[in-house]
Design a protein around this ligand. Structure first.
Ligand SMILES: [Fe+2]
Ligand SMILES: [Fe+2]
Length: 257
């Protein structure tokens, strides 16, 4: 969009004008909340397209980027998503830093770095499965397998490996919480698997108490990501893999269809 008289405006005037343009861009379009967002408010509800458009006469639905969200590059990388779509990566950085300092192999460090990408980028329920699926086409199979399995393993202590049931889980879920049968079954399958140790390492290096003073930086992991995450040249979402649609949805969460 053209700015009026860009040379004669001060920077702050220009910023105001850009902000106004962004609001106008959204005002011209209708951003929609999917069913999952309203389920999250405890309501089984959905407004149909015709009703929504009737409330916004003369407007079309948003079919792309939501101007209220940080602008994503045309060919987004994992790091772009981490910086622009994940509200907090501190937990991931703290866990991965811990793993890095312990001298774990790069694959395991990457698994720690991405272990909760499901929670911090998408959805809490079954986050290990969602996170694994999201990154599966781009990482060694062992990495996504370990992330998938940490979903179940974190509920089961392995004292020999140095993992006890987290105190914070007792605090969060109560002393009587028992993992559901599907989690128990998954744990039993994972226990016998050749990569059990890698999934267990995620639990061991997971940070169960948030430390606001810990000094961590994504910069420490750029090279490990570069070597172990196959960034598609088209950008995540535009690369035709089984999880491309998930990246596109994260990029454009309010697209109408
Ligand atoms: Fe987790
Ligand atoms: Fe975690």
């Amino acid at each position: 969009m053209q700015l009026d008289h860009p040379h004669t405006m001060t920077l702050s005037e220009r910023a105001d004008e850009l902000e106004e343009q962004m609001l106008n861009e959204l005002n011209e379009k209708i951003a929609t909340k999917s069913v999952l967002f309203t389920l999250g408010d405890g309501k089984v509800e959905m407004e149909g397209g015709a009703a929504l458009q009737a409330q916004n006469p003369g407007k079309y639905f948003l079919m792309g980027a939501d101007p209220r969200l940080p602008k994503m590059p045309d060919k987004p990388t994992l790091i772009d998503f981490m910086k622009l779509r994940l509200p907090s990566i501190n937990h991931l950085l703290q866990s991965a830093t811990h793993a890095l300092k312990a001298g774990l192999p790069e694959k395991a460090v990457l698994a720690c770095l991405l272990h909760d990408i499901g929670v911090v980028g998408f959805i809490r329920c079954d986050h290990g499965y969602w996170g694994a699926q999201l990154i599966e086409p781009y990482v060694d199979e062992e990495v996504s397998w370990a992330i998938r399995m940490h979903q179940a393993l974190r509920f089961f202590p392995d004292e020999a490996a140095g993992y006890k049931y987290p105190d914070v889980y007792t605090k969060y879920f109560g002393p009587d919480y028992k993992p559901e049968p599907y989690i128990v079954d998954e744990y039993q399958r994972a226990r016998k698997h050749k990569w059990y140790g890698t999934a267990r390492q995620i639990c061991i290096y997971d940070i169960y108490s948030f430390d606001p003073t810990a000094k961590v930086s994504l910069d420490d992991f750029v090279d490990i990501i570069g070597r172990n995450f196959k960034q598609p040249k088209e950008g995540l979402g535009w690369d035709n893999t089984p999880s491309s649609h998930m990246w596109r949805t994260l990029n454009w969460p309010t697209r109408f269809l």
